[in-house]
Design a protein around this ligand. Structure first.
Ligand SMILES: [Zn+2]
Length: 135
């Protein structure tokens, strides 16, 4: 059983509206800045018209870690966590699990696609290898 995030008005779209490889990232329409984690006011121009927008979850690994400790009883190890740049949302990095058949081959710069695990009303984002998905 996954540990689920606490949903509020600001992060609701991010955690519940991810679909079809796309994720909801808050953007400011006035200066086009993407804002993640989501906030009500744009930190760049202080605009208040920020709203979630569906962007492709295609991403590039910025950093990663391989974990050998099962932090929950039913957690399979080893597993990979990555911090990835969202290609379509400059400045946004998302940390998530990386499901791959080839944990030894994970590399910075590797291309990823986004998928979602549905748990209750939450859609937890995780990454897959773009190369494995294309095969
Ligand atoms: Zn702005």
């Amino acid at each position: 059983m996954a540990v689920l995030p606490e949903i509020d008005m600001i992060n609701e779209a991010f955690w519940t509206k991810g679909r079809d490889g796309k994720i909801m990232i808050v953007q400011c329409p006035d200066c086009e800045r993407f804002i993640h984690p989501p906030e009500r006011i744009c930190p760049n121009c202080l605009g208040r018209n920020v709203a979630p927008r569906a962007v492709s979850g295609d991403a590039t690994i910025y950093s990663f870690t391989i974990n050998h400790q099962p932090w929950l009883p039913d957690m399979a190890v080893p597993f990979a966590l990555v911090v990835a740049d969202i290609d379509a949302a400059p400045g946004v990095r998302i940390a998530a699990r990386f499901e791959t058949d080839d944990i030894a081959e994970i590399a910075i710069g590797q291309k990823l696609i986004m998928d979602f695990e549905e748990v209750e009303d939450i859609r937890l984002p995780f990454f897959r290898s773009a190369q494995e998905a294309a095969q």
